[in-house]
Design a protein around this ligand. Structure first.
Ligand SMILES: [Zn+2]
Length: 103
């Protein structure tokens, strides 16, 4: 059994909490799928969902608590795309990642 690590965040104005300490987890950088000038950020999303779509947003988040400072990437994708990705992976497993299915 494989695990899927896709974090879907799409609620405007709703702040995320740091998974380490619970403080505010602010956004320090954002890049969307079609922006090839931001490859260093976008490649994290391409590795995860690039076989399926280019329509995603990658955010770098950092904890505002200076004693914590936890930093991590999150991805935002259309929820119907997330459902389809999960369905494909559940049916086909990791071999699905070798087939490009961009629409
Ligand atoms: Zn924290």
């Amino acid at each position: 059994m494989f695990k899927c690590f896709i974090l879907v965040v799409s609620l405007w104005g709703i702040e995320m909490e740091c998974p380490k300490c619970g403080s505010k987890w602010g956004v320090t950088n954002t890049a969307s799928g079609g922006n090839y000038a931001r490859d260093n950020i976008l490649n994290h999303g391409r590795k995860l969902v690039g076989w399926f779509c280019d329509d995603f947003v990658i955010r770098i988040r950092k904890c505002t608590n200076s004693e914590c400072g936890h930093r991590q990437y999150t991805i935002e994708i259309i929820i119907d795309d997330a459902k389809e990705i999960f369905d494909i992976l559940c049916k086909e497993g990791f071999s699905a990642l070798k087939i490009e299915r961009k629409r």
